[in-house]
Design a protein around this ligand. Structure first.
Ligand code: ZN
Length: 468
């Protein structure tokens, strides 16, 4: 009877996946949800078809980029894998990913499962699956209105990990992550950066997150910050400090694309920004632990093209337009810090929504370091505000000291993109919250095609001697 239920759940799930693909929707949650109702053990059963390892990647920022890069490295090796897509990182989305890949009777074997998941989802996930490795990228405050306080989340994850045989891969530079070893007793591997040319003596501390020692609540002393609370720290009271990393990143260069060394492996990537350097470091660390070959790792990172909204690049009217998903204060601060490495003049289109999938409370923009715009060290010509909360971001910008005359409020996305590319600048950036990510991406592709067509029409005119 159980076997029949499983097969029915798989068939229904696969049909629904086909339907959602046909309608072109991004819905990867619904098939898993229905399949779990038909056969509640489906994820547990399909999880047993992983022959090598189940790897879970969690943390506030960087899950998607890190897991996509590991997926790329595994594919270079010709390993088969189950991998859930961005935005489908709850149990339902993960179940959909398994159903999509398995055969009709649920017996197909895969080498690896690579699963990114929200922190709050870890307890549920560990009831269904037995991962070999759990990776924690970092902890920042994110969508507090949805998940409650950061401390609660960290404790939730810690409690779920205790009494397991899981190995942890942890960020050695994040004081909110490093204490997992002593608090869980699990075997831990660490990745971290040595001093870099981009370190700061001060950091913009959002909500004082990570400012105090997790053991004794004394204020931590930071020798250097890489960004946010990530850096070299110690507690003057109890001696809590960064653990020695197993995977040491050094000699970081961002001009603006990234290169650095991880132990003795040289890494180059088309990505930008320190936060992406961390994502690459996490991916390389996982790959090394799994035992993948250095040349496959370096090659996969080098050719890996940014995915939707993760510094994805478009070419519109001979201008480079880069799309970046921003969903919380640290993410936005890091996106702006990445612009510091780019010397060309810029226009920015900011799409701020408060829909489902976004933070319902957009007051998080007041916790960001938009004041760095006031000095214009980022060389920004125009700031275009769009989305359901365009007025909020415009007001926030005005308070940051950014010249009011260069803040443009638009009615819709199309108008925003027109303003972005027609106003004077050498390069353009689109910052968007989650609910506008796919619509803005679609529209950028449309504009890219439109201008391509216009240019070829002009060339034909020139050729025919008809050019103006
Ligand atoms: Zn302490």
């Amino acid at each position: 009877m159980g076997k029949i239920r499983l097969i029915i759940a798989i068939i229904v799930g696969k049909l629904m996946i086909c339907l959602t693909k046909l309608t072109g929707s991004q819905g990867t949650v619904f098939p898993g949800r229905i399949a779990l109702i038909i056969c509640p053990e489906i994820l547990k059963i399909l999880g047993e078809n992983i022959s090598e390892e189940i790897i879970v990647i969690t943390g506030t920022n960087g899950k998607t980029t890190t897991s996509n890069m590991v997926a790329q490295i595994l594919k270079e090796h010709d390993y088969s894998l189950v991998h859930n897509a961005a935005g489908a990182n709850m149990i339902t989305g993960i179940t959909t990913a398994f159903i999509d890949k398995t055969n009709l009777i649920g017996t197909k074997i895969f080498h690896y499962a690579l699963l990114e998941t929200d922190e709050a989802n870890i307890p549920l996930l560990l009831k269904e699956l037995t991962p070999k490795v759990v990776v924690i990228t970092n902890f920042f405050s994110d969508q507090l209105d949805r998940f409650g306080q950061l401390d609660n989340i960290i404790n939730l994850v810690k409690d779920a990990l205790r009494n397991t045989k899981i190995e942890l891969v942890l960020n050695a530079d994040d004081p909110l992550v490093t204490h997992f070893q002593s608090d869980t007793g699990l075997h831990c591997w660490y990745f971290g950066f040595k001093e870099t040319d981009y370190d700061k003596k001060e950091s913009f501390h959002n909500n004082k997150v990570g400012k105090y020692c997790v053991f004794c609540q004394s204020e931590l002393v930071f020798d250097k910050y890489h960004y946010a609370q990530l850096g070299k720290f110690y507690c003057p009271n109890c001696g809590n400090r960064n653990p020695e990393p197993n995977f040491v990143a050094h000699s970081l260069v961002m001009n603006p694309t990234i290169s650095f060394w991880v132990n003795d492996i040289y890494i180059e990537s088309p990505y930008q920004g320190f936060y992406n350097a961390y994502n690459i470091l996490a991916a390389v660390s996982i790959a090394k632990l799994v035992g993948l070959k250095d040349e496959f790792i370096t090659n996969a990172i080098k050719i890996y093209q940014p995915q939707a909204g993760r510094m994805e690049s478009f070419n519109i009217a001979a201008k480079k337009v880069i799309l970046i998903l921003v969903k919380n204060p640290i993410g936005l601060n890091q996106a702006m810090a990445a612009l510091e490495q780019e010397s060309q003049s810029k226009n920015i289109l900011f799409i701020l929504n408060d829909n489902a999938g976004d933070s319902r409370d957009v007051s998080w923009i007041w916790e960001t370091d938009l004041e760095m715009l006031a000095t214009n060290q980022l060389n920004i010509n125009n700031f275009i505000c769009a989305g359901t909360c365009s007025g909020d971001i415009a007001v926030r910008l005005k308070y940051s000291g950014f010249p009011a005359g260069n803040i443009v409020l638009v009615k819709n996305l199309a108008e925003g993109i027109e303003e972005l590319i027609t106003r004077d600048s050498e390069v353009c950036y689109v910052f968007t919250t989650y609910s506008a990510l796919f619509s803005s991406r679609k529209m950028l592709i449309k504009y890219q095609d439109k201008y391509k067509a216009d240019i070829s029409a002009l060339k034909v005119k020139d050729f025919m001697g008809m050019g103006e």
